[in-house]
Design a protein around this ligand. Structure first.
Ligand SMILES: Cc1cccc(C(=O)O)c1OC(=O)C1CC1
Ligand SMILES: [Zn+2]
Length: 303
């Protein structure tokens, strides 16, 4: 059989041209990227609107993934490659397990499914219902958010409930910003396609989308695993203040070091403050950067 790594192209869900790392096998082209220095590969599949995973390979007959139904596939594949490159180039981490594990994405999951998630083995994206969300792989910060859940699982493994769960969510939102730092919003590219200027969450103004930005407003609830998508506003605000003070380059190093070196499954907000202060001291000493991190967590009422 003739088979080889190829370069194809396609249009994302926004109609934007994207070059794609594909693979030719027996005259069919696959969203199968073997160009990275991984023991595995980056592969994109489609659930064909069903619920079985990973589903079937996303393929094309002429290496041009240009049909409208392929937009989500194109975005998931291209964005996964960008996020892989970010963790390797910025943090010297080879994939989510640090050892080149395959990055698998499945798109067209379910019907009008307004969610995206890491299921412990792979990323899964719904197409959205066209009102609340457009296909969720269309947003780079969403893909980074999901892959960051995998990184967290293989590092601190923050338990997905209460404060440790809100930290889990916050680290995913913060790495979503680090990968796509052109705004403080999360999911804005796929959230409410019919309405401009809004987002799923905001790091700079969590309150804008119903999240607390201070411990005084911590939301005690049994829903959403103890409000993990709500209370993440508090560490998110601290991250925003930190990045504004010490800059993205230093901030992303202390966030990665805290997650990879100091945090563990039951860590709470106070542990995150301590872990980020220790990471700052390790990397940059206890001068102005250290005081900026301290002030950020003081500002959100976490000591
Ligand atoms: C849209 C959505 C629904 C439920 C869970 C998640 C989740 O992955 O926690 C989710 O994705 C996000 O939050 C990403 C950032 C937009
Ligand atoms: Zn999440």
């Amino acid at each position: 059989a003739t088979d080889a790594a190829t370069t194809g192209y396609g249009y994302g869900t926004k109609g934007d041209y994207k070059s794609l790392n594909t693979y030719a096998y027996n005259g069919t082209y696959y969203l199968y990227d073997t160009t990275k220095n991984m023991s595995g590969y980056i592969g994109t599949y489609t659930a064909n609107y069903g619920n079985s995973l990973p589903g079937s390979w996303s393929v094309d007959s002429n290496n041009a993934f240009t049909s409208s139904s392929q937009g989500a596939d194109v975005d998931a594949h291209a964005h996964a490659g960008i996020v892989y490159d970010y963790f390797l180039n910025t943090h010297n981490r080879n994939s989510y397990n640090g050892n080149g594990a395959s990055i698998i994405s499945t798109v067209h999951y379910g019907s009008n499914y307004n969610n995206a998630f890491w299921n412990g083995s792979q990323m899964v994206y719904g197409d959205g219902d066209g009102s609340l969300f457009s296909p969720l792989s269309g947003s780079l910060d969403v893909v980074a958010h999901e892959l960051a859940h995998a990184v967290t699982e293989y590092t601190a493994n923050l338990e997905y409930r209460n404060q440790s769960g809100a930290l889990n969510e916050s680290f995913s939102d913060v790495f979503g910003y680090f990968v796509e730092p052109n705004d403080w919003d999360l999911g804005e590219d796929v959230y409410t396609p019919g309405k401009a200027g809004d987002a799923l969450r905001s790091l700079s103004n969590p309150e804008r989308y119903g999240q607390p930005a201070h411990m005084d407003d911590f939301y005690y609830t049994s829903s959403d695993n103890g409000g993990v998508h709500t209370n993440s506003g508090i560490p998110n605000k601290a991250a925003y203040l930190t990045i504004q003070s010490i800059g993205k380059t230093k901030a992303e190093k202390i966030y990665y070091r805290a997650l990879n070196t100091y945090l563990s499954k039951r860590s709470d907000f106070s542990d995150a403050r301590a872990a980020l202060l220790q990471s700052t001291a390790d990397l940059y000493g206890t001068g102005s950067d250290y005081n900026a991190v301290k002030n950020a967590w003081d500002s959100v009422g976490v000591y």
